[in-house]
Every structure is written in structure tokens, then in C-alpha cells.
Write a protein that binds this ligand. Structure first.
Ligand code: AMP
Ligand code: ZN
Length: 138
């Protein structure tokens, strides 16, 4: 499964170079070209899925195992103090490449930007929370 216009599909096909740190039959992990911190890594399935909702169940399960493997390596080898795992879906959520990917962002006590993966908070009334709960419940 490939999208000829997709930059990550081109990287997976070897048509665009990457700093690959991990590869198996189904996934590649590479350094982000515009890193938030030292070691910022992207985990990418070799098949093209636009986002989380399109990911097939097997790839979804494997993605977290690959993330765990790389996060463990990061903690042991980079000297980072923590890791953010982030995954954006849709333009409004900050997705710029429409090929599912997980960001692993090593965090350091001396990070310059404390807002990486941060967010502000909103308040909802009890009635609003009940309505939201009804809307989202399975
Ligand atoms: P997102 O905004 O969640 O879609 O993340 C896309 C990420 O891909 C960004 O952090 C970009 O810096 C990164 N990126 C885009 N092109 C490349 C590339 N050729 N090699 C490595 N990372 C890339
Ligand atoms: Zn793709």
C-alpha cells in the first residue's frame, strides 16, 4: 500500500534519504528532520495509512511495541529524563504528513521549550460533561 505523492512512502521506498535508526518488515523509525529535541524520532508503518483511524488493527498493535522498544533504547542511550509520545491526526491537530506516524520526543531536564506537547485546559459544566460522555460512550 503506497501513495505516490506521500513523502514518507518515498522514504520507505528509498527514494528520499533518512536517518533510519530501526527497521523491520512492517515499520521504519527515523530521526525527525526538524527535531523538537535531540533524538526526536518518527515511527512509520511501511504501508500507507493516512491516520490512526485508517490504521489496521495488526499495524496498530505493532506500532506500540516498536514505540516501546525505541523508547527503552532512548532512555538507556541518550541520557534523556523522559519521553513524550505524540501522534497527530488532521490539520487542526497539527498533522502535516498524511501518513500515520508516532513522534517519540526525548525530554531533558534542561529542555529550552517547556511547552513541547503541552496544552492549556478548558472548563465544562457538569451538564456539558454528561452530554460529552453520552456522545462519546460506546
Ligand atoms: P506531523 O506534524 O505530526 O504530521 O509530523 C510530521 C513530521 O515529519 C514533522 O515533525 C517533520 O519535521 C517531519 N518530516 C517531514 N519531512 C521529513 C523528512 N524528509 N525526514 C524526516 N522527517 C520529516
Ligand atoms: Zn505514505
Amino acid at each position: 500500500m503506497r501513495d505516490d505523492k506521500c513523502i514518507f512512502c518515498k522514504i520507505i521506498a528509498g527514494e528520499i534519504p533518512s536517518n533510519t535508526i530501526y527497521e523491520d518488515d512492517d515499520f521504519k523509525a527515523m530521526l525527525d528532520i526538524d527535531p523538537a529535541t535531540k533524538g526526536h524520532t518518527l515511527i512509520i508503518p511501511k504501508n500507507h495509512y493516512a491516520n490512526l483511524m485508517e490504521l489496521d488493527d495488526e499495524a496498530a498493535s505493532k506500532a506500540l511495541l516498536v514505540a516501546k522498544k525505541i523508547a527503552t533504547k532512548m532512555m538507556g542511550s541518550l541520557g534523556c529524563d523522559g519521553i513524550n509520545m505524540a501522534q497527530n491526526n488532521g490539520i487542526v491537530a497539527g498533522q502535516t504528513v498524511n501518513h500515520f506516524h508516532i513522534h517519540l520526543i526525548p525530554r531533558y531536564k534542561n529542555d529550552k521549550d517547556k511547552t513541547i506537547c503541552g496544552w492549556s485546559h478548558q472548563s465544562f459544566t457538569a451538564d456539558e460533561m454528561a452530554e460529552i460522555k453520552n456522545t462519546l460512550s460506546f
